[in-house]
Design a protein. Structure first.
Length: 312
């Protein structure tokens, strides 16, 4: 089962420099698009001149339509409106007047530049994982790694509603700063007996070292991927590609290829936690993925993967 503690709040108001984010990637079951929701908490830097308090909170909504350019809406929320559970408390909650996330549920109501987005989703899963945990430096967790979503999303009067609504991941990341670069992917393969997922993360460590980890959830069991080798990395406005291979615990091979293509690639500036400007993050939330397990088994999805590359 997934672990509620993976969502527990890490930051406290007294921490001088930190970001903490809870996010949802929901690929619509019909393959027509994907939604991305982020609840972002940042300590001690200025996002905009109007907001000068130490702690800032934003809600993001991004729509990835099939075959068209993504659209992002980001709304600053007054820090004093934030209702956040205590550090380490289970179950957790992170709420403002009209938007929030808690264990197994997220919702929101945003008005931005004449657009209106609202959502109310239930999150069901069987598996949760910690991909990276470096304590104070930061962590990357997926409390709901094989997430199935129910509920509805409304965007400018158009309502997305089906049962299930979609599949994907609910994640929870935190750090005193973003890494200089990272590559992250998650893919969901619907199966008759529930979904299979693969999630992988690579980022820079001090002294020229590199962190690499990947976890496969397949046939109801988690399996760690070892000896990860990156075979191809491509990042441009036209395509994002990441191919890698590795070895499962039983010695069998795994090879994954993930690709997102324009116009479905989204690039956004993320603000550095020390306030020294921004850096680009590219995201393809309708990516194609092929995962080969051993010599005989292959998992494939045309739109069920997300591929993100951050940093310079």
């Amino acid at each position: 089962m997934h672990h509620a503690k993976l969502n527990a709040v890490y930051s406290t108001p007294g921490m001088r420099r930190r970001y903490e984010v809870w996010f949802v990637r929901c690929g619509l079951a019909d393959g027509g698009g994907a939604w991305w929701f982020r609840y972002l908490l940042v300590n001690n830097f200025k996002i905009s001149p109007e907001l000068s308090s130490r702690r800032h909170f934003q809600v993001w909504a991004t729509w990835f339509p099939r075959g068209a350019a993504p659209q992002t809406f980001i709304v600053d929320m007054p820090g004093e409106q934030l209702d956040l559970s205590a550090r380490g408390q289970v179950p957790f909650h992170c709420r403002t007047a009209e938007s929030g996330i808690e264990e197994g549920r997220c919702w929101g109501n945003l008005h931005n530049d004449g657009h209106k987005i609202s959502w109310n989703l239930r999150i069901h899963s069987h598996f949760g994982a910690t991909l990276s945990d470096k304590g104070w430096i930061g962590f990357s967790r997926s409390p709901h790694s094989d997430a199935a979503f129910s509920g509805e999303i409304t965007f400018n009067g158009r309502t997305f509603r089906s049962e299930p609504l979609g599949f994907g991941v609910q994640g929870h990341n935190c750090g005193y700063r973003h890494r200089s670069y990272w590559r992250w992917m998650h893919t969901y393969f619907p199966q008759p007996d529930g979904g299979s997922t693969l999630e992988a993360l690579v980022y820079d460590l001090p002294l020229g070292m590199v962190f690499r980890n990947a976890i496969l959830w397949h046939q109801g069991k988690p399996r760690r991927v070892r000896k990860i080798r990156e075979l191809k990395i491509a990042r441009s406005s036209k395509q994002l590609v990441w191919n890698f291979s590795g070895q499962l615990d039983d010695g069998s091979s795994i090879e994954a290829s993930v690709e997102g293509v324009a116009p479905e690639i989204h690039e956004l500036p993320y603000t550095r936690t020390d306030g020294t400007g921004t850096f680009p993050v590219s995201n393809a939330s309708l990516a194609r993925a092929i995962v080969k397990l051993g010599r005989s088994e292959s998992l494939e999805t045309a739109t069920g993967a997300v591929l993100e590359m951050g940093g310079a």
